[in-house]
Design a protein around this ligand. Sequence first.
Ligand SMILES: [Zn+2]
Length: 107
Amino acid sequence: MCFRPVTVKKREVKCPKCQENNPMPLSIESALSEIWGNEGGKEILEKHCSAMTGDPRFKSAMNMTLKQVRPMSGGKITQEIYDLVASELNQLPKPGCKSCGETLPAA
Ligand SMILES: [Zn+2]
């Protein structure tokens, strides 16, 4: 167990079978870096938030959630876009436990 700087809150979910810690499935509460690091998540961001992902400041916002970035988007990320990204992230296939493959509980 190690202590991380408070800005990056690594959220994990424990496998009910083998107790292994797994990264949380992606959601609208995930940091942009987590979403961006996932092929399906990246596609969703590029599809709906190209104004943000194409912005040079995007890299420095990686540790933030879309909710935190939204007020700084100058109105480019509308409520509709936000809701769409949230629902499409929820539809992404949920990964099983990286150790035993067990289905992980939803957060
Ligand atoms: Zn497991």
